[in-house]
Ligand binder design. Structure first.
Ligand code: 5AD
Ligand code: SF4
Length: 435
């Protein structure tokens, strides 16, 4: 039977969230509807992530949990990076999986569903030259802050990372397609566009780079805010840095992962930057936009990381004073060079270092937020808060701001930031004085 209702479960990064939205639009265009929360869907898509931990094992146990008490099950599609990495092996490992579809092939889902409904078990992990984007329906609905993938894949081959294998080489979407999609997101209700890519700042069309693209998007009526993530230090061009000082709609926030504060480890990670080049880059960014909120990613316990290497990571966190940062225990990924390096770090040491790093990052997050207490700013309302009458929005610096208001998602509110925690702020509505 062809499925009528579906549910998409996203794991991992924002690019998966974007892919999940596009799959949802695609299935909607086929006449299927998203299942209500309390409803058993006919089709479940598990949009998986392969970046850390026992990703594949977790995906298979998620599949197993879809078995119902009466022994029946929905049609199951394994999508995302685990699907890409496992391919046909997925069908052998779990008889419950009907469809295996990689991140570059999900535009084929409708025909794969038809095949699976007839009893077939299609697998597609191709990375076709023809872009999936050309085969997807136009965007219709959009949240106030909407994701727009402009670039996919990675050529950097950091020694710990699976992304170059699961998402393939760096590919930039064409300028005109991005502008068209941005316009339809605005028509669908978006006020903020978040440009996405594994190496988003590597975006280019041969002549123009991300800075030019941002400047063009800023001209579109209805787009009030622009962000982009995730960036690589090697692709942080002077023109992009300049845009931070010149384009008012470009928000003062930059996610620029360094991964470690130790040059020895950076080299072993095959990162192209060293701590001094990274810090110099941030100085230039701060010169262009002094109030910029900086964020980053860190890996603790990379093979060979000594206590001194780890302390260098704590030092760079202090030196930069991140407004936010994400830290992870190193996880050996099959097929990556680091997985077979000597001197893998014991779990207890990794956990102890991660806890120390978390604490240090928290201190800086809290300090960044505390400095903003008393500041008048604008927030973009995204959703309801937990308490009655409470709404949650984002400040320009991407802080989550709670406010008592009857505003709706998509509204901009003038607030004063009145108190700070490590992970959120409280805002008070500012009275508008008549001119
Ligand atoms: N182990 C731990 N963290 C990883 N990341 C990428 N690969 C691994 C891995 N094998 C982290 C990096 C990257 C973020 C998206 O995930 O910090 O920036
Ligand atoms: Fe992975 Fe490094 Fe590419 Fe980022 S830059 S996706 S960490 S290989």
């Amino acid at each position: 039977m062809t499925p009528k209702t579906f549910r998409i479960k996203n794991f991992g990064c924002q690019m998966n969230v974007y892919d999940g939205e596009r799959m949802s639009d695609l299935l909607g265009a086929e006449g299927m509807t998203a299942a209500a929360e309390d409803e058993e869907p006919d089709l479940v898509v598990l949009n998986t992530c392969h970046i850390r931990e026992k990703a594949a094992d977790k995906a298979y146990s998620d599949v197993g949990r879809l078995l119902r008490e009466d022994g029946s099950k929905p049609l199951i599609a394994l999508a995302g990076c685990v699907a890409q990495a496992e391919g046909a092996e997925a069908k052998r490992r779990s008889a419950m999986i009907d469809i295996v579809v990689g991140p570059q092939a999900y535009h084929r889902l409708p025909e794969m569903i038809v095949e699976a409904a007839r009893g077939g078990r299609p697998v597609d992990t191709d990375m076709p030259a023809i872009s999936k984007f050309d085969a997807l329906p136009a965007r219709r609905r959009a949240s106030p802050s909407a994701f727009l993938t402009v670039q996919e894949g990675c050529d950097k081959f950091c020694t710990y990372c699976v992304v170059p294998y699961t998402r393939g080489a760096e590919v930039s979407r064409p300028w005109a397609d991005i502008v068209t999609e941005a316009r339809s997101l605005v028509d669908g209700g978006a006020r903020e566009i978040v440009l996405l890519g594994q190496n988003v700042n590597a975006w280019n069309d041969g002549n123009r780079g991300l800075a030019e693209l941002i400047r063009a998007l800023a001209e579109i009526h209805g787009i009030e805010r622009i962000r982009y993530t995730t960036s690589h230090p090697a692709d942080m061009s002077d023109s992009l840095i300049a845009a931070h000082g010149e384009v008012a709609k470009l928000m003062p926030y930059l996610h620029l992962p360094v991964q470690s504060g130790s040059n020895r480890i950076l080299k072993a990670m095959n990162r192209s930057h060293r701590t001094d080049t990274y810090l110099r880059l941030l100085e230039k960014v701060r010169a262009a936009r002094p109030d910029i909120a900086l964020s980053g990613d860190f890996i603790v316990g990379f093979p060979g990381e000594s206590e001194a290497d780890f302390e260098a990571t704590l030092s760079i966190v202090d030196e930069v004073g991140y407004a936010a940062a994400y830290s992870f225990k190193y996880s050996p990924r099959p097929g990556t060079p680091a997985a077979t390096m000597e001197d893998q770090i014991p779990r207890e040491i990794m956990e102890e270092r991660l806890a120390r790093l978390h604490e240090r990052i928290n201190t800086h997050q809290l300090a960044f937020n505390a400095e903003k207490v008393g500041v008048d700013t604008q927030i973009l309302i995204e959703r309801k808060g937990r308490r009655d009458g409470q709404m949650i929005g984002r400040s320009p610096w991407l802080q989550s701001v709670h406010v008592e208001s009857d505003a709706r998602p998509g509204d901009f509110l003038d607030v004063t930031l009145v108190s700070a925690g490590a992970n959120s702020m409280a805002g008070a509505l500012r009275q508008k004085v008549a001119a």
